[in-house]
Ligand binder design. Structure first.
Ligand code: B12
Ligand code: SF4
Length: 574
């Protein structure tokens, strides 16, 4: 669907690849990364690597993919417990809602062994503990159970594990606390390692004999996603990013980024990259260090910008701070910037943008040959059109286009896990449970569907999004982009029009029925914050760091005590 069409399929996500790189780096070289978008039928219960069931099965999920995440874990739990791999869940879903990878129903037991609420270093700390006590020929899952029962995991912040009765449902969840962040991103394992681990796309339920060959990588993942910086100095109430980063801004050095691009180009032929930054221009000095290094950098005696093109995310405010350096930014290979405009009039959120500043930023980028890609957020108070005022959604789409926008993203403001606004959206009765008999499913929390609104006619919001896209992406605009180009970015413009029209077809196909349901008005609201139903506690019995209000506190006051580790032969962990 718009606005993620293409990027969702043709850009292997950085998260799983980073975990793969970390595994490879520490010696788990027989690791395979399976992307569900390429291997829809994959079943963990049937996976084999070199003829064996792997020792570890890990699953990474965003909130919108949680139904699939559960299905995969359930399937992995079908493996005979004697051979079952250690099941580890992680990623953006688990970081905020780790309880959802455990079953609360004793009649329907399934679940991960452990949820990682952090990044690769938390996983590596866990593996380090397990490998330090693993007995000869013991399965890693059994080692995990011994370590868990001995309290050895409690010193690793960033884990949530279940205290269960044998293989049954989780009775309580123990939360070891908030992860400690890796400050210097240059210490991360190199992305080049993870790219050699992808499972080739197929319709099979099993794993292929070999990973995807290096020369096939650009065919399936034309764009390489790279972590360059993490964090953002703003504090928009609907956004979890500053809190996730513990208000820190973390960066890679310019040299390291240049090295990553060089090696990915040489080893896999990747020319296009996307920086997974939250706000790449966040800190001017650090940004300049990166762009100046890349601008100086050469690949086989040729300037990097002639071989490599990339884009990332920034804010309007910081683009203007960088206005005297945009030539350098282009020389670093940047050809497109996605700007979180949200609402040009700053009625929804103020982060230094206004109609004039946004238009100025867009014109400056266009003049330097960098495509400005606005990201807008539609909300209850914003009408579709306001005559003579720049407040309406269409008015803003028009202004952005005039200022040089090459693409448009319009999302409905939707409660995001980890944001300040999150709990209020449920307690205030804004979030929907079902509409005209259809439940709001996790995949619908992608902000393309209106699933939380106080508007008396929420269907209008759904149609407004379609109308704004239709206004922006249409055959007429495509024609003008080709025959009467207004800027040097006309090829990108025409290409985005084609992609946009295709994506719009998909978006209408998927959301039109929902808009009709919204018209029927039979809307049930959620009143409870989607907290864990399983009791949670921290390792010392206090409230769990990741628990949301309304989570039952673990009744058990029996705290984990480090006990001598039993010999694996005696099954002392049980
Ligand atoms: C780039 C990006 C995109 C790109 C992704 C393109 C691609 N194919 O990769 C695009 C623009 C398409 C996109 C779209 C969407 N995105 Co987005 N996106 C991001 C962004 C900015 C970076 C993601 C990234 O690559 N990060 C770098 C990697 C290395 O980090 P990571 O994925 O978190 O992985 C680390 C840890 O989570 C952990 N980990 C991950 N998996 C696992 C697994 C195990 C077993 C373990 C132990 C650890 C672990 O270790 C990793 C290494 O540190 C993040 C914000 C952010 N800064 O993370 C949002 C983010 C992932 N997106 C988000 C959302 C909501 C969306 C959308 C639904 C739209 C929307 N409303 O914003 C769509 C969905 C598209 C789709 N159909 O998949 C949310 C997810 C929220 C949630 N709780 O699930 C995030 C977190 C932003 C936010 N709101 O905070 N997105
Ligand atoms: S500017 Fe963007 S990344 Fe920063 S807090 Fe606001 S929404 Fe989040």
């Amino acid at each position: 669907m718009l606005p993620f069409v293409y990027a969702a399929m043709r850009m292997a996500p950085a998260g799983v690849r980073a975990i793969g790189s970390a595994m490879f780096d520490v010696g788990f070289q027989k690791t395979r990364i399976v992307l569900q978008q390429w291997n829809r039928k994959f079943r963990p219960s049937q996976m084999r690597l070199d003829g064996r069931i792997p020792d570890i099965f890990m699953v990474s999920s965003m909130q919108i993919h949680s139904a699939q995440c559960e299905a995969l874990i359930r399937d992995a739990c079908r493996i005979d417990p004697a051979y079952r791999p250690l099941i580890i869940a992680g990623g953006p879903k688990t970081i905020y809602e780790p309880w959802d990878v455990f079953s609360a129903d004793p009649l329907d037991p399934w679940g991960a062994d452990v949820a990682v609420t952090g990044e690769e270093h938390v996983l590596l700390s866990l593996l380090e503990v397990l490998l330090s006590i693993r007995a000869h020929r013991e399965s890693l899952r059994m080692t995990f159970i011994r370590a868990r029962n001995s309290g050895l995991l409690d010193d690793i912040p960033g884990l949530v594990y279940a205290q269960a009765d044998g293989d049954g449902a989780a009775e309580e969840l123990v939360d070891t606390g908030i992860q400690r962040l890796l400050g210097d991103l240059d210490e991360l394992p190199h992305p080049v390692l993870g790219y050699q681990l992808f499972e080739p796309p197929s319709n099979k339920t099993t794993l292929g004999y070999q990973a995807l060959p290096a020369d096939k990588i650009p065919k399936y993942s034309r764009i390489g996603s790279l972590v360059l910086t993490l964090g953002c100095k703003f504090a928009c109430p609907y956004c979890p990013i500053p809190a996730y980063n513990q208000r820190q801004y973390r960066v890679k050095s310019g040299e390291r980024i240049a090295d990553e691009m060089h090696r990915l180009y040489r080893e896999y032929g990747l020319h296009y990259f996307f920086g997974t930054d939250d706000n790449f221009f966040n800190d001017k000095v650090r940004t300049l260090d990166i762009v100046e290094t890349l601008a100086r950098s050469e690949l086989d005696g040729i300037r990097l910008r002639r071989k490599i093109r990339w884009g990332t995310e920034v804010t309007v405010h910081d683009t203007l701070q960088m206005k005297d350096h945009l030539r350098e930014v282009r020389n670093a290979g940047i050809r497109a910037l996605w700007l979180g405009v949200e609402d040009m009039t700053a009625t929804l959120i103020k982060k230094g943008q206004s109609v004039d500043s946004t238009s100025e930023a867009f014109r400056l980028l266009q003049a330097r040959g960098i495509a400005p890609m606005p990201m807008m957020m539609h909300h209850d108070k914003q009408p579709l059109y306001t005559p003579g005022r720049p407040y309406g959604l269409l008015n803003q789409a028009r202004l952005l286009r005039k200022a040089g926008a090459v693409s448009l993203q319009v999302l409905m403001i939707t409660p995001a896990t980890g944001a300040k606004f999150y709990e209020d959206a449920f307690t205030s009765g804004m979030a929907y449970e079902s509409v005209a008999g259809r439940r709001v499913e996790p995949h619908m929390l992608d902000a393309n569907y209106v699933v939380a609104s106080e508007h008396p006619k929420p269907w209008r919001k759904q149609f407004n999004i379609m109308a704004a896209y239709l206004y922006f992406y249409n055959p007429l605009r495509f024609l003008f982009a080709v025959v009467r180009p207004k800027s040097r970015l006309y090829l990108a413009d025409a290409g985005m029009q084609l992609l946009g029209m295709w994506g719009l077809g998909r978006t209408i196909q998927r959301t039109f029925g929902w808009a009709l349901r919204l018209m029927r008005r039979n809307i049930k609201h959620v009143t409870r914050v989607p907290a864990s139903r399983i009791p949670m506690r921290s390792v010392d019995g206090a409230a769990a760091s990741h628990a949301l209000p309304g989570t039952p506190r673990a009744a058990s006051t029996q705290l984990n005590v480090k006990v001598p580790i039993g010999s694996p032969g005696t099954h002392s962990w049980e």
